[in-house]
Design a protein around this ligand. Structure first.
Ligand code: 5AD
Ligand code: SF4
Length: 473
């Protein structure tokens, strides 16, 4: 028998758990997430009851606890059923009531987000939002894991910032700090992220992708160059999604024309925004340095899908091939996460295999860390710390080996080095190779800020050592 089951059932279950001292809200929630009230009205079959519980689970890490009073809810979900006659009309009539509650809440200075889930959502799709504009989001039964993303997008559409809901994690979230004025400077061109990787807080904390105007970036770059800056690193959480006219490739070409600005770098990029124009710029623009930080995160397609990365191991490897065809000597760097929920031994082996195929010049690797409010934090199959530790060690051993091999391969070559600062020993300067390696050289101070040919003599794990070519000494 199909019974309309009200949100009360869930609220009661939540109340029972609370009495036992096990609030469902606290299961995976951070101490920092504020309390928000969730009202779910469930129509139809047991399947929908189960789905409503799953939605409550996914939302708990964001700080949502159940309420049985829709008028006071921050989020109202109608989990609909299509099976009975006139079900759709009933949903619209219910939405009419909830719209009034939303208006009353707005008058009192509180927001309400209205979501329609279940089979009516599946059948009607966005038509629901056209017919009842008070509805903020529609989510079909296959997409409940995307609720945090959809809610964040709905909040963004209202102009809300979610930063207060999360404790930012400097390690993952922050752009590198501004370098002290010198010969190399950072220049922010883009902020925010629309990718919603399921482990990451950035789309919630930093908001949507946003790009600066090319003219204002150029003006800043010119003023940096006038102060003696020879190298800029264009910064953005998703820098290659830069949306100024012509994209990042056009921006790079524009900045490359600035007198005195001899080196351009950019970070961090997403594989799916690595377009042909940017790849071509690597082949054609001398000032664009042969170094690319292109995080892959994992080598298993199953894990990549659960991460919502929108690329496969294969598509990433093909992309690297295209980039290398344009700029054969390019140094590739990456980010990796081990111990993502559901990562099995075979998945981790696939990551090692990808690393072997790509060959990295440098890399950052992290143990998965559960970030409250992200979809992955509520995923089953969280990996034991010891297992993740062991995987991280194995991955890092391989990456270090590759980094050393990449550095060692420079020995005997002559590389242009931009001298940035004094070295640790008297008479020594430290500069950067085109591949972002630190290079230690005995050289006079007057060479600071200059790009000078250096013969590389030896390589260590994190740096190179060399000598000035005779004609520049
Ligand atoms: N756990 C582990 N690593 C993470 N990163 C982002 N979020 C997490 C997380 N929850 C890593 C990713 C990203 C880099 C900046 O930080 O690898 O590319
Ligand atoms: Fe986070 Fe980067 Fe994914 Fe955006 S693309 S969600 S910043 S890991």
């Amino acid at each position: 028998m199909l019974l309309p089951i009200r949100g009360k059932g869930l609220a009661r279950a939540a109340a029972n758990l609370r009495r036992e001292g096990r609030t469902p809200i606290n299961r995976a929630m951070s101490e920092t997430a504020p309390q928000k009230r969730l009202y779910i009205k469930t129509y139809g079959c047991q399947m929908n009851v189960y789905d409503s519980e799953r939605m409550a689970d996914v939302l708990a890490p964001l700080g949502y606890g159940m309420t049985d009073d829709p008028a006071n809810a921050d989020l109202v979900v109608l989990n609909t059923c299509h099976i009975r006659e006139k079900a759709t009309e009933k949903v619209y009539s219910e939405l009419g009531q909830i719209k009034l509650m939303k208006a009353a809440r707005a008058e009192a200075g509180h927001a309400m987000t209205i979501a329609v889930a279940g089979c009516v959502a599946q059948a009607e799709g966005e038509e629901i939002m056209r017919r009842q504009p008070a509805v903020d989001l529609v989510v079909g039964p296959q997409a409940y894991h995307q609720l945090p993303e959809l809610i964040a997008r709905a909040h963004r559409a209202r102009g809300e910032r979610l930063a207060a809901d999360f404790a930012p994690d400097e390690k993952f979230d922050a752009l590198p700090a501004r370098r002290p004025a010198g010969v190399s400077a950072f220049l922010t061109v883009q902020e925010g992220c629309d990718k919603f990787c399921t482990f990451c807080v950035v789309p919630y904390t930093r908001g949507g992708e946003w790009s600066r105007e090319p003219a204002s970036i150029e003006a800043e770059a010119r003023s940096l160059a006038a102060k003696g800056v020879r190298e800029v690193t264009l910064l953005g959480q998703n820098v290659n999604a830069y949306a100024g006219e012509g994209g990042l490739a056009a921006l790079v070409r524009r900045l490359a024309r600035i007198e005195g600005l001899d080196r351009i770098r950019y970070t961090t990029s997403h594989p799916r925004d690595m377009d042909d124009a940017l790849i071509a710029a690597h082949a054609e623009v001398d000032a664009l340095m042969p170094y690319l930080h292109l995080p892959v995160q994992a080598g298993s397609d199953k894990v990549l899908k659960a991460m919502n990365r929108a690329h496969t191991a294969e598509s990433y490897i093909r992309l690297i091939e295209r980039i290398r065809a344009a700029r054969p000597d390019i140094a590739i760097s990456g980010d990796f996460i081990v111990g993502f929920p559901g990562e099995r031994d075979a998945d981790f082996e696939a990551t090692l295999q990808l690393v072997r195929e790509v060959g990295y010049a440098s890399a950052f690797s992290f143990k998965y860390s559960r970030r409250p409010g992200t979809p992955a934090s509520a995923m089953p199959g969280q990996v034991a710390t010891e297992v993740a530790d062991e995987r991280l060690q194995r991955l890092q051993a391989l990456l270090v080996q590759q980094q050393q091999a990449f550095n060692a391969a420079q020995a005997g070559k002559t590389l242009p080095v931009l001298f940035e600062k004094a070295g640790r020993h008297p008479g020594q300067l430290v500069g950067k190779s085109p591949y972002l390696q630190a290079v230690h050289v005995s050289a006079p101070d007057r060479m600071l800020g200059r790009i000078v040919p250096v013969r590389i003599e030896s390589a260590a794990r994190n740096s190179l050592a060399g000598a000035l070519e005779l004609e520049s000494a």
